[in-house]
Structures are given as C-alpha cells and as structure tokens.
Ligand binder design. Sequence first.
Ligand code: ADP
Ligand code: MG
Length: 712
Amino acid sequence: MFVREIKIPTGNIKVKGAEKKETQFARLGIANVGSLLCHYPRERDDRRFSIPLKDFYKNTDGKVCNRFLVIAQEWFEGRAKRLLKIHIQDETGRAVLKCFENRKYLEHVLPVGKYFFLTGKFSYKDGELQSSNFENPEVDIATETDNSVNTEDGTKKFGNGKSFGIIYPIYPLTAGLSNIELIKIMKKALQQYANAIEDELPKSIIQKHRLFTKAQSLCAIHFPQSPTALEKAIQTLSYEELFFMEMLVGMRAQERKKLVDTNIKTNDTLTNGELSPLQRQLIERMTFSLTEGQQAAIKEINTDLEKSYSMSRLLQGDVGSGKTLVSFLAAVKVKEKGAQTVIMAPTELLSRQHAENAAKLLEPIGIRVAFLTGNIKSNGRKNLLSALKNGDIDLVLGTHALFSSGVVYKRLSLVVIDEQHRFGVTQRQAILSKGENCDLLMMSATPIPRTLALTVFGDMDISVIKDMPPGRKPIQTHLARLSNIKNVYNSVRFELEAGHQAYFVYPLIESNEDSNLKDAVSTADYLAKEIFPNFTCALIHSKVPDDEKQTIMENFRLGAVQILIATSVVEVGVDVPNATCIVVEQAERFGLSALHQLRGRVGRGNSPSYCFLVYSDGVKDDGKQRLMVMLKNNDGFIIAEEDFKLRGPGQIAGTEQSGNFSLGIANPISDVKILEHARRDAFAILENDPELNSEDNKVIKQVLQRASPFSY
Ligand code: ADP
Ligand code: MG
C-alpha cells in the first residue's frame, strides 16, 4: 500500500485519546493515517545529549538540556504580579527558573525533591543563572535513575526516550493538540503501519541514489536516530516529490509532441534551421548584424517551425539582448508559409512600440503588419478585423485585445508572448485557441531562475541569448541615500546638459494618505519647477489616457521631452537609446527583477549610462542588502536567481503557470541539484519506456493512477 492510500481513520489508532482529536486533525488537514504520516515536523530540537548548566555559554543562545533536581521554591510579591522562582541543580551547578503568571502551575509539577528533564535558554542575571525561556512540553518528569544508565558501549545514556535523549520533532499544531500528544499518536501509527508501506520510486532509482525506502524515510523523518538518517530521509522524500513532478512535466511534453501540427509543414522545406530567403532579406536591410545568441535562437526556432508538432519555446535573454528582432524573424518565416503571427505584449505602450518597429522593418519586405488594442474603435477596428479574417494581414501586434471574442484569424500559426511573466495561463490559452495547434514562443526579459526553468517551464524548450549587441557600455549603478538626492540631481543635470535624457521612477502615482511612499504626480511638479526648470518634463503612468501616453512617449523618443517622470509603467520594454540616466526613488520598495528591468531602460545607446537607486534614510538592513545585489550584478540571470531565493519557494506554487504542484518537503530552490537529478532520471525513463511498462517502472504508473502524488 502507498502511504496516501492508508485511509484508516486516525481514531482507529489505538492510542488513548487519538479518537478525540479528530476535529484538531481535520483542522490540520489530517483525514486518515496516510495523511497523518505525511504531516512532517516543521523543525527539530536535538536532545540526544545532555548540555549541563556549566556549558550554557558554549551555545550562542544559552541552550541547556539536562536532568535537574528541584531544590527549593520561592514566591515573590511584585507590584502587580507574583513571581515563582524554582531553584534547580544538575551535576554541574545551580540555576533558577522564573515562572510568571502562565507558569504558576509548575509549583505543583515541580515540587522540591523531584527530578525532571528540561531544555531552555539560560543567562546570567542578578547574580544567578536564570531561565524564563522554556516551554511546558519541554519539561518532562524524570526519576532518580533516568540519567545514570550506562549503555553497553560505556557512554552515559541521556534522557528517557520520550522527549529527551532523542531528536525531538516539533510539529505544526492547532489548539487542543499538543506536541507531546501528536508525538505519541505518530509513534503508534508508525509502529502499526510503517511495515506495510510500499515504495513509490522504482527500485533501480532507490539503489542508484542510495535512498531510503519509503517506510524508512517516514520513520526517520519523524523520529531520526541520527542527523545523517534525517538528512537521508529528507533527501529521499524530496527526491520523490521532485521526481513525480518532473514525471508529469515530461509527460506533458510527450503529449504535446503527439499533437501533429496541422499547419502546413512540408518536408521539402526542411532546412535544419537555416535562414529563409525572406529572413535573409530582412537581415541584409539592417544596419547591424545579429549577435551569436540571436543567430542561435532563430536557428532553434526555425528548426521547431519545421517540425511536425507545435513549438513550445521560451526565449530568454537579458534586457536589451534583442529578443524582439528574433520574434520578427520568426514571423517572417511564418509569413512565407502563408500563415499568420501575433505578437502580444502586456502594455499598450510596449505593443505600440513593437508595432512601429515591425512596420518600419517588415513592411518594406512585403509583410503586412497591423496593430490591435482595445482602444482602436469602430471603423478602423472593423476593417482590421475583416483583414485578419481574410488573411490580408500577416503579423498583428497588440495587447490582450488580440484574443477578444470578435477577433478571428484566417490561419494563425505562431503566437509570440512578450514579457510572458505579465500573462497568466488562461490568457496564454485564450490566444493559442485562436489558431489550431499554434506554435508558441514566450519571451522573458526577466530571466527565469534555473528552478523555474526546470519546473513551471519544464516542458518547454528553452533558447537563451547570452550576449548583448556590441558597443553597449555597462550601466554604472549608484546607491544614494534620500538625504543626498541633491547629488543625484546634479549628476542627472550634467547628462541633460550633454543632450541626453532621463527617467525618474516612483512607487506610487498619487500621494496616498495612508502611505509614505513617494508619488510621481507631486514629485513631477517639484522636479519641473524647482530642480530642472530649464528642461521639459512629462509625467506618465497607468491612469494617463492612452492617446496622451502615446504623445508623451513620442515626444520623449524624439527628444522634445527630456525628463520622463513615471511609475513602473516604463518597466517593460521601452526603448529610447538617448536616455542615459534612470533615477529610481524608494528603490527598496521594488523587487529586484523590476529594478533590473528599470535599469535596462538605459544603456541602450553608445554613451555611458547611469542608474541611481535612491533609498529612504530609514531603510532596514535587508532592504539595503537587496539593493547591494543590484550594485554588484549587471547580469539579469544572477539577479533573477537572487530575487527568487529571497522570495522563496512559495513562488513556484504561487505562479499561476505552475498548475497544481504543491510540494510538501522539497525546496526546489535550495534542492536544485536533487531537482536536476530527478528530472534527468524521469526524462530518461520516459525516453526509454514511454508507456512505463517495464517491471521496474510499473510502480510509477501505479502511483500516478492510484494516488495523486500531489494531494495528501
Ligand atoms: P529585449 O531583448 O530587451 O526585448 P530589444 O529587442 O528591445 O531587447 O532590443 C534592444 C535594442 O537593441 C533595440 O533598439 C534593437 O533595435 C537593438 N538591437 C537588437 N539586436 C541588435 C544587434 N544585433 N545589434 C545591435 N543592436 C541590436
Ligand atoms: Mg523586449
């Protein structure tokens, strides 16, 4: 039986009181013995060895763990409260337990002459060794002989094996269920059921990685004999979760490859990804040549487009690496097949910029380009929609409007999603459903950490553009305290006087009574009047009407506006090479990836560029730590990785793209090595035995069919 199949009610575990805990268990999501055994400790306290009083200073937190004798009790009358002092001693010294109101019951639990085990934090105060930092379950009654048993190997055995002398598990609890109670029930459950629990991993895998069996892992995750055993249990259970996750990922990829792309793909056009005639024509018309990364990416995409099944590819490249052009080249190939492409971007601003570039680059080589957003009204829209439907348009760029209900495509074959992290799965599905087995190219300027590439995006193929177009100067990043902002203004003025342009970015649009965040609206006024009166400023944020936004951006692009004051709307994609400075105020309020995106707005031309991250005077240490990551790294991949680590594994379960992965014990961020192994194993198995029919692999199929590995 697999552990999740043990549906026996917890009340049937013959522990006195277990049956009375059903409501508490229900609150913890424990419905039966199976889910009980999968309720893992949240932390552990190593109480295998005694730490006597005299050694309290050896531990940074003053930890002591030993058997004591109560030698006296003393009551003190305070101004408002009474205090009980219990004087205790072990073989090395004496100390005092300070018991306030909530601990008064200890008067009866620990009478003079009684032996007991205790663990707590001790420190010197008022000339005595004291502790007020111990919890009720950490006191355990002992006998006079408990501590003096000599084991066979001559070492002195410590503890009574109940809550002392062991690695003590500390569980997630709920009102009415104590840790001690849960431990008792858990022990009973393991005794009764562990032997019958079957492995869920193939034998060969367990042997290959020297993992525990499932039963061994469960015993050791709750009551490990040693830290090594615990580590091995965690490793086994983590591996198992990640293995099944990767199995599902691999099977999803397998499914996709079974779906034959009905879009025309004739074998006689197989070129191994070589550039097509029209693609070559486009490249020849350009003033620069493709970077190696761009060349490799388009080659991979071309190869995909020639395959019999749909492409599902993620194009990664740091901000400014030239992903847009790669997607244009893909659209060119699709046009040559006589089919249509959409390029969807999250903001009107960005999609308009893409559409303008596309018109400039692609119309001269005979590609019919259109731009569609929710703001295109009546006649214009009607004509556009019928052109799309009739196939008179080869490439349409726009926002979410591209998948609104009235939009029909003649033969949509390629869907490009720019800044994919701004879209959810449903939106991705909606646009894909406008065609039949469309090829999908997702682009991400926020590089995707290794973990996500292996999990959430694990069934996609990935292309990475590692290099930047030549001539780019690294952006100089400076951190500045708010009280020094005048220096930042001076540096910006210097750049403006040299004919360059600048961005100022704020966390809020308008000032908000409840918040002390800086806002773009009032600061815009101040900057324009007080700081930069000789330059033209403009304000842009999500509430500015779209046509106005468009004019402002156009003026900024043309240089008529020198200072653009904005919220993070400029975060994605905006491309104005003459802008050489960006100032982000209250930078500690932004995520690292967002800051990296913002910084990527400059450094797009040939002049040196600057990014000023201004932080509030009262910023906390960890806030500053994060900004240091920006200072030390220019590489978006490293920043994304750091950002991801700081935000934690909740990210994976939290991303809409992740589907139903909920991990119990594996941490795919810190366990990325295990994740890689699990993926390699799972994919190799699927490659050699796609139907999972071999004797060894049968168990995988059984697990997936009988007990969902992601629901307890
Ligand atoms: P991102 O990858 O961030 O989307 P873009 O596609 O916006 O980057 O490209 C950034 C800028 O680099 C654009 O102005 C684009 O024209 C330019 N560019 C793209 N490829 C090259 C290249 N191979 N050489 C020089 N400039 C390039
Ligand atoms: Mg881009």
